[in-house]
Design a binder for this molecule. Sequence first.
Ligand SMILES: N[C@@H](CCC(=O)N[C@@H](CS)C(=O)NCC(=O)O)C(=O)O
Length: 245
Amino acid sequence: MTNDHQHFIPFPSKTETELRVIKMGEEVILLDFWSSPFGMRVRIALAEKGIDYEEREENLNNKSSLLLKMNPIHKQIPVLIHKGRPICESMIIVQYIDEVWQNKVSLMPSDPYDKAIARFWADYIDKKIYSIGKLVWVSEGEVQEAAKKELVECFKLLEKELGDKHFFGGQNLNIVDVALIPFYTWFYALETCGNFSIVEECPHLVGWAKRCMDKQTVSNSLPDQYKIYTHLLELRNQHLAHLKG
Ligand SMILES: N[C@@H](CCC(=O)N[C@@H](CS)C(=O)NCC(=O)O)C(=O)O
């Protein structure tokens, strides 16, 4: 056999093999559920960074053994599995993504004080918007009225923090935008169930949400508001039926 034959050996070149190994090592899997605002945060962060990943849709009524193994504490989605290792809790995942893939846009301000402020608002959103928003679409009467009032107060505070900026992160999205924008998919359900207009109460916040939706990384990561409305109505009916015993 002469050396020339080596050119015809049907195996990948060393470089291709190396690339394949790198690709396997970089394997990214997202355990997700389509309507989850927490899953949406991770989808947006991955899209902003341009990362290829495999999305695995969970059945939350019959969780996969992989989910139970990867998030044994909370048993919740989203879970990001990177190189075989799990990362749980949406905002922790978003910050992990930002730190690991630093070559693209940054979702976190570089200045330590600005970073602390961004974390403060992301945490505020985490503590308030899901629970108060859910009360608006799930409850009735006085409880719903109080929740509506509180939600509008939260949104107005966020509008104030946004100020004249394009996004919370300025010209680019930061973790505050990523934390909040998934709840835009709830707006139609909130307005219809709560019989109020968010755009009348908080026009600047709706303007911000539309600017976010102009970005494909956001709009491709979020489900349709009407589909969410139908889904939340189902959850609402299940909840009310459960209460009535
Ligand atoms: N704090 C968590 C919340 C995640 C969460 O609530 N996930 C829900 C779906 S929206 C879930 O997995 N629910 C199933 C369960 O709790 O059994 C995060 O930010 O990731």
